[in-house]
Design a protein around this ligand. Sequence first.
Ligand code: ATP
Length: 581
Amino acid sequence: MKFASVAHAFEKIEFISSRLEITGILAELFSKAEKEEIGNLMYLCQGSVAPKFKGVDIGMGEKLVESAIASAMGFSKREVEELYFKLGDLGLVSMELASQRKQRSLFSRELSINEVYSSMMKIATSGGSGSQDLKIKVLVDLLGNASPVEAKFLTRFPVGAMRLGVGDPTILDALSIRAAGDKSLRETIERAYNLRSDLGLVATILFEKGIEGLKGINVEAGVPLRPALGERLPSAQEIIKKLGKCAVEGKYDGLRCQLHKKGDEITLFSRKLENITSMFPEVVAAGKKLNAKELIIEGEALAFNPATEEFYPFQVTIQRKRKYGIEKMSEDLPLSLVVFDVILIDGTDCTVKPYSERRKIIESLIEENNTFKLSRQIITDSAEKINEFFEVCLEAGLEGVMAKDLSAQYTAGKRKFAWVKLKRSYKGELADTIDAVILGLFVGKGKKVKFGYSAFLCGVLDPEKDVFRTICKVSSGLSEEELIGINQLIKKDIVSVKPKEIESEIEPDAWVVPRYVFELTADEITVSPVHTCGRNTKSGYALRFPRIKGGLRFDKDPSSATTEKEVIDMYKMQSSVEVQD
Ligand code: ATP
């Protein structure tokens, strides 16, 4: 398959906003790929060369990319920089200069998708001395053989700004259409994706073995699965009404962690499926001692004070997510993993077992010590007992409780009533926070003008349509340092035209590629004539007096932001909540 077909499809997609049309273009593109190309094509569609959990980043500094463009197109670095200043997108610079190219590659050849993939992989994985020159050389070679449209996308891969506005749900739909002509296979394809978190692998199996092949996919130690998520209900009474007799556990406020064991090898993954193994050496050491050859368990990692036997709050635990000074931190602020689920043990796929059985497995597996603990649990059919346990949990510094359906399977990647969370609600504050994505920026006024942008247009996710809809404009809750840091960080993601995955009626001073998540609280959810979240013909929903909690949440990504449906459910729940002072 020629890379030109990919570039032309991407070019069309960039300027189309209809999801239906985009899905159609992708499905057609997928049908041109051979079995040995489809995996690579999947990654390139995601702007990457590997599934996210492998942590392979094509990333090349802008200065290096500018050098490559200059060298491939026969312009000076100065000319490239000036055009970049004018256009604000190195992809467009590359396209423009390719069309006025002063020098042609001696052996001009058509680029294939596999060649582009291998070159990007080379750029991503070369390190050490001489690697900068190598990266430039590889990109120059590709650009030297590229048409203007190809050059645009070849340049955007290494700067990490594809700007296609296509998320996983659209790709999953397109795969189903490619295989069956409609969306009927989406659920099976998505199940496989939820268990393996790797679209390249899923598409390759689909192409090689068909949908039956995908049905046979299972969890595997060492490969993260997309985590199960909980729903909300407003009270213990509602929980009993919904679940009947259920398990109720403490809701620990730390970092979700998947522990994988394969022989002696331990791998840890975050909720976003980043490999965080090196960050938590004490959990790795304790994991090696677990009595299983092959294992996947899940828990909440929290900083723990062995002297007082208390967990620290989230703001303390989050300090353990660092790249440097790990050993010292693990001594000063040791972590405990509060285990609450098991997914795989010695060849047995536990995802299909009811929760009551999974709990028995972890109870016999985990011997409690400073590193491993079991989530505290009661089993009850009484709302009163839940409320009592809830108070005990709050007193122990936990966030609330998680009720669990004793008969439910583990549903990877899904928000289901298998788990129901209950948190304390305060007067004048939402019962739960909202993970909202930054969509736009407003220049500060008065004293804040010196910080640049100081208010943020935020939105929630519609995972079906793969779009973000606005829910509030927020400016409070950030320190001056945080504001400066965010302005610095977000600069590279500012775009002049509204990204098509954003549905907004508000025009901010600048648009931002949806990439960053704030955890927001607010007084309440109100009906809004201006915001597009949950919008029917007349009105949508907005947050009243929103405020940012704890700065940017790097442990969350836009695809796991609060959904529009959750906001609507929370709005409905609001009136029935018993408010406590
Ligand atoms: P929040 O932002 O309220 O922490 P969330 O949006 O991160 O929630 P939810 O699905 O609402 O995710 O809540 C599930 C999270 O609660 C899990 O990701 C896990 O990290 C945490 N958790 C804490 N204790 C438990 C428990 N006993 N069982 C399951 N999950 C738990």
